[in-house]
Design a binder for this molecule. Structure first.
Ligand code: ADP
Ligand code: G6P
Length: 444
């Protein structure tokens, strides 16, 4: 079996005494790797002046990571990747901040990665580059003479060409994408947008990312019996649990979600003191200004909603900005009557799939899902809502909370079948097969 070389900015390399960073990319790729010899290359997560790669071998996978200097981190990661590309690709042109210096820093880190990776490559490797941090990496490897197949997968949405046009020198990034033998995105609509922007889409395809539903279901069964889930369950005193789990990110629609929950309590008073909304949202990218502002807004909203709607024996919202281990979350999902997943835009949203996977088949909870998550194209059993409208979120919540078991079961069964059919391993195999079969587009 040819070795797989994965390149991504975030690498879940073993880091002693460090909490794992939550994020769909690392979770899905980890699930996808089982049983295949692999080299996983990327950022160590550390900031230092060291240029020595950090190497860890775990089973068949060798993790090789580089530190970033403070300047590289500021320009490439916090600046161009998260201050410009992330909001742009999530359709939020108004939040973007462009600085030429950051674009240059972004290109420089991509070249640094290519220079370090090149000597580690073997002639028959399959190289698979991931996400918006590394768009120019394939072209940088080609410039150094790499002849291997190189594929790219974009985990986040790709906006309509007219929005992407707002990016100064955006054509340069689109040209970089042509160095890849295959470019994968999450949905058909992302593929269409990208093909239109590139005016040549022969090698763009939709590969919706999957997850290990059976494994997550087994985790949920175990974890619902453990201490933390029992504590949560006891603390609800019989109230229905509405659960949200997201990185603390403005793409997740959290203020609108909080307002939607407040609208539920106002418009459908029968739910007062009968439900509890737990939102787990670990702080993410805290060095980017928009993320800090979001946390302040949510702290205030949660406080206000609890003040206005709470009772002497009831806090309507529980709001946690710490990370919670994924295995524990599986049990929380299983306890929840409603999974509330309302991003304003999301490439896929694995949390929606995890909620489905974790349910008890005999008495499943109901998923209320944003129309604008990639997952909405697949999860036909969910109650779909427009996440910009708190009233619609409230109606979706009310419908979910009052749904009879027979309907909940049939909706859940449809979605469970869908996610069982697309595991992370299937997803990566589909991409790798297509990469193997592909012809380089415009490569030397
Ligand atoms: P994104 O990639 O934008 O973070 P996804 O929903 O696709 O969104 O993926 C998030 C992943 O991170 C999921 O696998 C989820 O279980 C995990 N995750 C999200 N929030 C937490 C949290 N509070 N603690 C631990 N893991 C989390
Ligand atoms: C999303 C992105 C990933 C990223 C993750 C966590 O899933 O698509 O590329 O790794 O968020 O964000 P972070 O900035 O902490 O890596």
């Amino acid at each position: 079996m040819a070795r797989l070389v994965i390149v991504s900015n975030r690498v879940p390399a073993p880091r002693p005494n460090k909490e794992e960073k939550a994020g769909g990319l690392a979770v899905a790729l980890k699930d996808a790797l089982t049983g295949r010899p692999a080299l996983w290359f990327g950022w160590s997560g550390h900031i230092s002046a060291s240029t020595e790669p950090n190497v860890h071998v775990v089973g068949d996978t060798t993790f090789c990571t580089l530190d970033l200097t403070e300047r590289e981190h500021r320009l490439y990661y916090a600046g161009f990747s998260n201050g410009m590309l992330w909001p742009l690709l999530h359709y939020r042109v108004g939040l973007t901040e462009f600085r030429r210096e950051e674009l240059e820093g972004y290109r420089a880190v991509n070249e640094k990665f290519a220079n370090s990776l090149m000597p580690l490559l073997r002639p028959d490797d399959m190289i698979w580059v991931h996400d918006f941090h590394l768009i120019p990496l394939g072209a940088a490897l080609r410039a150094l003479g790499a002849k291997q197949r190189v594929g790219f997968f974009l985990h986040v949405p790709f906006p309509p060409a007219a929005l992407f046009d707002a990016l100064p020198q955006g054509q340069g990034l689109l040209a970089d994408l042509k160095a890849y033998d295959l470019v994968g995105v999450q949905t058909e609509s992302d593929a269409e947008n990208l093909r239109n922007a590139m005016h040549d889409g022969a090698h763009v395809g939709a590969f919706p990312i999957g997850m290990d539903a059976a494994g997550f279901a087994a985790d949920a069964v175990k974890s619902v019996r453990r201490k933390e889930a029992l504590r949560l369950s006891a603390s609800l005193s019989g109230r229905a649990l509405i659960l949200g789990v997201d990185r603390l990110d403005y793409s997740k629609g959290l203020p609108e979600r909080f307002k939607g929950y407040a609208a539920l309590l106002k418009r459908f008073p029968e739910h007062r003191n009968k439900v509890t909304f737990l939102q787990v949202a670990p702080i993410s990218r805290g060095d980017v200004a928009q993320y800090r502002a979001l946390k302040r807004e949510l702290d205030e909203l949660a406080g206000r909603i609890n003040g206005e709607h709470g009772d002497i024996d009831w806090n309507p919202i529980r709001w946690i900005t710490r990370g919670v281990p994924r295995a524990q979350l599986a049990g929380f999902h299983r306890l929840a009557r409603v999974g509330l997943v309302t991003p304003l835009r999301d490439g896929m949203n694995l949390v929606a799939k995890e909620f489905i996977a974790a349910q008890n088949p005999h008495d499943p909870g109901v998923l209320v899902l944003s129309r604008f998550a990639g997952a909405a194209a697949e999860l036909k059993g969910a109650i779909l809502v427009n996440p910009h409208d708190p009233e619609e979120i409230a109606e979706g919540l009310h419908a979910a909370l009052t749904m009879d078991t027979a309907e909940a079961k049939s909706r859940w069964a449809v979605d469970m079948e869908t996610i069982l059919a697309n595991s992370a391993a299937h997803w990566s195999q589909r991409f790798i097969d297509a990469l193997q079969a592909s012809q380089a587009a415009l490569v030397n």
